[in-house]
Design a protein around this ligand. Structure first.
Ligand code: ADP
Ligand code: MG
Length: 220
């Protein structure tokens, strides 16, 4: 009647990942003691540089599953947008930005900017003029900034499509395709979704390079 399987405990620890000590200490401070199942399944693949399709229900910790890999790839001294996270709504983009900022606390001066529709452009233009490492936003407004050339994705190394199913439901397929076309081909693409309908699969097929798939359904 033993209670814990040591190999499982080991596998669930963030310390088993190739992450800097300062980041591990920050996770501990945030109360992130063990990886959630989607994090345990996706972090080793994403940290190894693979494109990734990850499906798990809401509240399962998907934000950290894409944020830790994008932070690990980031060059803090290169003051250019190196990661872009596309989200369906402003509310979700604000939540993602807050989580990224918490997870990035251990790094020196990582700047994260939110760019969403329904917000006056003026403040965004001024923020953009000061630069950022990470941008989180809704597809329409990101496209708007690309068209105005107020945002460049030339230095992008990680593209995240968060809540991909909801973005498609909201009619963002075209806008997403245009944003992807403005990203360097050599990037890593991480797609996260609560469900995996055909539309998401075909989007993944168009935009991703030999993606690994991690799917955690309710039964697991
Ligand atoms: P999802 O995107 O899958 O809906 P979130 O990334 O928003 O889920 O995470 C849900 C909540 O769980 C957040 O409050 C987050 O801070 C917390 N969380 C994520 N991973 C862990 C972890 N490994 N340990 C403790 N809390 C976590
Ligand atoms: Mg989420």
């Amino acid at each position: 009647m033993t209670k814990t399987d040591p190999s499982q405990t080991q596998a669930a620890s963030f310390a088993s990942l190739p992450l800097p000590a300062a980041m591990l200490a920050n996770l501990e401070q945030l109360g992130y003691k063990a990886m959630t199942p989607i994090q345990a399944a996706s972090l080793p693949l994403a940290l190894a540089g693979r494109d990734l399709i990850a499906q798990a229900k809401t509240g399962s910790g998907k934000t950290a599953a894409f944020t830790l890999p994008l932070l690990a790839r980031l060059a803090p001294r290169q003051f250019a947008v190196q990661a872009l996270v596309l989200c369906p709504t402003r509310e979700l983009a604000d939540q993602v930005t807050a989580e990224i900022r918490r997870l990035a606390r251990a790094e020196d001066n990582i700047k994260t900017l939110t760019l969403c529709g329904g917000v006056p452009l003026r403040g965004q233009l001024s923020s953009l003029s000061h630069g950022a490492h990470i941008v989180v936003g809704t597809p329409g407004r990101i496209l708007d900034h690309l068209a105005r050339e107020t945002l460049s994705l030339e230095a992008l190394s990680t593209l995240v499509l968060d809540e991909a199913d909801r973005m498609l439901d909201m009619g963002f397929a075209e806008d997403i395709a245009k944003v992807v076309a403005a990203c360097p081909k050599s990037r890593q693409t991480l797609l996260f979704s609560a469900t995996y309908p055909d539309g998401v699969a075909s989007m993944a097929g168009r935009f991703m390079r030999d993606p690994a798939e991690v799917k955690l359904t309710e039964r697991h």
